[in-house]
Design a protein around this ligand. Structure first.
Ligand SMILES: [Cu+2]
Length: 188
């Protein structure tokens, strides 16, 4: 009831000054976020992300890493295993991938036509296969056994029939087989 006029206008001035300050801070944050979106958008549009490897889809089957004779599991000089495979409408090549237990494994895959998915059931291995790019993921299996490998990106009318198998075998068995063959699969 007893608020004097000068006191009232002083608190109003304080409130207005505080509102201005916060308006500037919020405006600054918004400008920063918009600037980040613009810069990262242009950057990602201009080049693929770092460490992404590309591959020429037109020569996939006739030259380079993904020719048919190079697909399957390869034992590397350091004792690790590299698995190379292709997804295409509507199958994986090889249809059955053979890997050993207790060994560092690197999966390297690509697509010959449209986007496919590569997933190994019961594991965290889950990749998107994009034509023109090599998708790579490290893995390690502790127990032998068969696992499914379904395509999980809708890739056309035959999508539901697109799946393969991963067979994990005992390390000693794999090493015996690797002594006789350059590339291993479990395709019958
Ligand atoms: Cu597919």
């Amino acid at each position: 009831m007893n608020v004097s006029a000068p006191e009232g206008s002083r608190s109003e001035a304080v409130a207005i000054a505080a509102e201005r300050r916060w308006a500037v801070v919020v405006g600054g944050v918004l400008l920063l976020l918009v600037a980040m979106m613009v810069v990262t958008g242009l950057h990602w549009a201009a080049m693929p992300p770092s460490r992404v490897e590309t591959v020429d889809v037109k020569t996939l089957h006739i030259a380079g890493e993904f020719i048919e004779s190079n697909l399957g599991s390869a034992l590397e000089p350091d004792g690790s295993v590299t698995v190379r495979a292709i997804g295409q409408q509507y199958s994986f090549t090889p249809q059955c991938i053979l890997v050993p237990t207790d060994t560092p494994i690197t999966f390297r895959l690509t697509s010959a036509d449209v986007v496919h998915g590569f997933l190994i059931t019961g594991t965290a291995i889950n990749l998107m296969l994009v034509p023109g790019y090599i998708s790579s993921i490290p893995a390690r299996f502790d127990t032998p056994g068969d696992r499914h490998m379904p395509c999980h990106e809708f890739c056309g009318l035959g999508h539901e029939g697109m799946w393969g198998r991963i067979r994990v075998v005992d390390k000693a068995t794999f090493m015996r087989m690797a002594a006789d063959a350059r590339r291993l699969t479990c395709v019958k």
